[in-house]
Design a protein around this ligand. Structure first.
Ligand SMILES: [Fe+2]
Ligand SMILES: [Fe+2]
Length: 243
């Protein structure tokens, strides 16, 4: 857990989720990088206890998201878990990372021209993923959660907007592939998110944030492609067989 005497730079190095908390409190990753957390809070007239509490929460949330065993969850609980942990992460982190990537590209692309491309790709990933999770939450996930509760007599639903759940699932899997291509290109351009020796704190925060996001996205897509979707297709065929 970070302490008040550690510098902003030291905290960022050990806790990638700190970048999001600093952003929320307007702590500048460049001009305040070498100040202790206590000093940075004094400059902005922030309560140090409140910032430390948010940092501890973010750290706990990072660890907490990984402890669920998807095998023991029902379809609707699994949907809830994906939305609460992984969709929340997309909504919280991708706009912040896109903003950070653009800021870095504006400042450093004379020295590292690939940063302009990194900024474009992060923005594309943000736009695609935000639209993608909206489709899941508005169309596919309510249908899956509903199917989980349905009895034989209530299935199929009166007005489904698709003939089989396999169709929207196929579309979601294609969108996962597109996100995967963008991430693979980011990994290549950033040499596996390894910042160069001359990197400033914004650069370090962006790369560690992207590395973190990549790991979260991998888990997110794994839960959907390998667990939720096959189980939903199986549930649909069981319900159809009983009708
Ligand atoms: Fe999702
Ligand atoms: Fe998805």
């Amino acid at each position: 857990m970070p302490s008040a005497t550690e510098s902003i730079r030291e905290i960022l190095t050990t806790q990638p989720s700190a970048a999001g908390i600093f952003h929320r409190f307007d702590i500048d990753l460049c001009s305040q990088a070498d100040l202790s957390l206590e000093r940075a809070c004094q400059e902005l007239q922030l309560s140090i206890d409140q910032v430390l509490e948010k940092l501890a929460d973010a750290e706990a949330q990072e660890r907490g998201g990984l402890t669920v065993d998807p095998a023991i969850l029902s379809l609707s609980r699994l949907v809830q878990h994906i939305v609460r942990v992984h969709h929340q992460r997309v909504r919280q982190d991708l706009p912040r990372l896109a903003e950070l990537a653009q800021k870095l590209a504006d400042k450093r692309s004379d020295r590292a021209p690939e940063l302009a491309q990194v900024a474009e790709l992060v923005e594309r990933l943000r736009a695609e993923m935000v639209a993608h999770i909206q489709k899941e939450e508005q169309v596919l996930f309510p249908f899956i959660a509903d199917m989980d509760q349905k009895s034989i007599v209530a299935y199929p639903p009166a007005d489904p907007c698709f003939r089989s759940i396999a169709h929207p699932i196929l579309m979601m899997e294609q969108e996962h592939e597109s996100a995967d291509h963008i991430v693979a290109e980011l990994v290549r351009l950033t040499h596996h998110f390894e910042p160069p020796s001359w990197a400033c704190p914004t650069h370090i925060a962006l790369f560690s944030g992207l590395r973190d996001l990549e790991a979260d996205l991998r888990q997110h897509v794994h839960l959907e492609n390998d667990i939720l979707f096959p189980r939903a297709i199986q549930r649909e065929s069981e319900l159809n067989a009983r009708n």
